[in-house]
Every structure is written in structure tokens, then in C-alpha cells.
Design a protein around this ligand. Sequence first.
Ligand code: PLP
Length: 371
Amino acid sequence: MNENIYVTRPSLPPLDEYVEYLKQIWDSRNLTNMGTFLREFGSELSDFLGVEKCLPLCNGHMSLELLLQAFELDGEVITTPFTFASTTHAIVRNGLTPVFCDVKEDDCTIDPARIEELITDKTAAIVPVHVYGMPCDVEEIDRIAKKHGLKVIYDAAHAFGEKIKGKGIASFGDASMFSFHATKCFNSIEGGCVALNNELLLRVYQLHNFGIMDEENVEFVGANAKMNELQAAMGLCNLRYFEDNKNKRKKLFDLYMDYLSEIDGISILNYKEETVDYNYSYLPVFIDEKKFGIGRDQVQELLKEKNIYTRKYFYPLVSDFNCYKNRLSKGNTPIAQKLSGQVLTLPLYSDLAESDVDRICNEIKQIRRSI
Ligand SMILES: *Cc1c(COP(=O)(O)O)cnc(C)c1O
């Protein structure tokens, strides 16, 4: 029987490199609260991402929640429903109202042509998502935001290490956050960071430790979003291998492209490799039931029978979640709805073998032939 292939697998550094850090942590007994490794990680990240300031936090979700809190927003936030739960939850947990905008068919990111019709006098910000590491139309979003005086806070959870025309992806908008969760292309076990080029980092810094300013002064209703030293050490180790891992994924990605271009009824997103440095962390494909012969759900089941585990990222749309029923307007997002019904995310991670990509693609071809 063939071995199981999962949609992703965390990358780990050589164990002895991590153990070196652990020894120092044991010696110092400094486990958390702005330790040495945390500070070192923050400064390496800001160099790597090409932003002025970067603060690593306990996870990506709290990074987004605290960023939104730091901007002291009020009212409505325009975002998309084609994303992970975290994006919308962070908006709602800040007492803000998400307004769902449709996405573009060729890359699943927010459609700038549909933003302006959603702007009201209550709109405070736009929270676009670089979903699957596909960069949003940052220039057009910037133009609209400036015209209407809105903040732009990017959910860049999927876009770690990416560049647009040579510029770090976090240099766009008012702020960005990344996720370093184990399943993301770069991990610190759990973790994340905020990246900004302005004064606001200080406020996020204050908020991330309960809003405590000093022994006697608590100035803000903050949270606990601190990254600990074991996470920071993992981040420091993994960062050294990011480029290598990315190159491995790029090779697998190209191999997938060769195969998938031959299969009728399966399409992929529009990658603009001339202008964008991608991190190749996801491989979403879209199955057109009419052309392929069977729908996405059946393809997923048939692959599972062959021990190949794919995911329906992102189905259902956030706007269809039970927790938002009768609470939020679903908006008018026919493209997001359609893509969500067709998408299947195939396995892609740096340690995936080329022979596994062969196996996955041959199974898909086989399914297609047998219909
Ligand atoms: C993973 C993810 C997050 C949250 O990151 P965590 O580190 O898991 O808290 C936010 N937004 C998107 C789009 C994500 O995929």
C-alpha cells in the first residue's frame, strides 16, 4: 500500500541546531517576556522582510487582532470571505463589522473594482488577504484607501518572504501580519509577527503584554500575545533554511505545473513570476465539474482512497460559517462562492518528494480517464 501523503508537513531545522539554543535557554532560565532570542528574531525578521519594525508575537491571529486594536478603528472593515477564519474573527473580536467584498477569479484576492461600492461613512479600513501568497493588487488598493482616508492592514499570513517588484510584501499598506504556525511555509512552532513602517509598533508592543506600561500603570486593555524563547529559537533556526526550502517547493511547483497543464477541467491561479517572488507554499487547483466530469468533493474522496490527503482551502466561505449566521451580511460575492466550490489544495511542502508529485498527478489523470 502506498504511504500517506498529507497536504503539508512542518519544516524542522537539524535537531542539534535547536538543541544549542535550548542549552542557552536552560542556562539563562529566561523563558519569555522579551528575551534575548525574541529580540534577535525580531531584528532578523525586519531585515529579512525589508520593513522598519517587526515584533514577533505568540501567533498570527493575535498579531492581526492587536494590529486592528492598535489602529483604534471603529465601524466597518472591508475584507473578503475567501480566507481562513482568523481574518474575520480578528475583525469581529475588535467590535468591528466585516463587510464582504468579492474576489478576483484569477488570483482569489480582493477585487479592487468592487471595493468602492462598499464604502460608506462608517468604513474605517480595508483588510485584504494575500491568500495562498497571491499578492493583492496593492497599488489599486492604496489608491482607493488614500482617496477615502482608509487604513489598509494586510493579512499576509500566507505571504512570508514574498516580494513585489523587488520590494518586501510588508512594505505595502499601513501594516501587515504574518503567521509562523507549524503548517505555514515558515514556522516558529506557533507564532507570527506584525510588520510596520510607522509609530504604531509601540502601541502593539504595549498591547501585547496586557497594556502594562510599568509596575503601577496599566494604560490599555491589552492581551497576552508574547512569543516565548523556545518559539523564537525555532524561528531563528528555521529562518536559515527558508530560502533552501522555498527553492525545493519551487521545483515541486514547476513539476505540478507540467502535469496539471495537460489535464482538462483543472485550472490554476494566475502566477505573475516576472514581477512577484512567490514562496510557493500552497497549490490550490480549481476543478470545473462540467469539464472534468466529476466535482471537487468526489475528486477529494477518490484521492483519499489512494492515501492522498488534500484540503478544501477555502470552503466554506467565512460568510457561511454558523457563527456568523444571522449576525453578518453575507454580501454579494458570487466569484468567491464559485471558487470555494471548486478549490482543492494539493500537497506541497519542502520535504515532499518529486516522486510523490508524480504519484499525485498520475492519480488525478487516472481519475479523469476513468470517468
Ligand atoms: C494561519 C492564518 C492566520 C492565523 O495565523 P495563526 O498563526 O494560525 O494564528 C491568519 N490568516 C490566515 C489567512 C491564515 O491562513
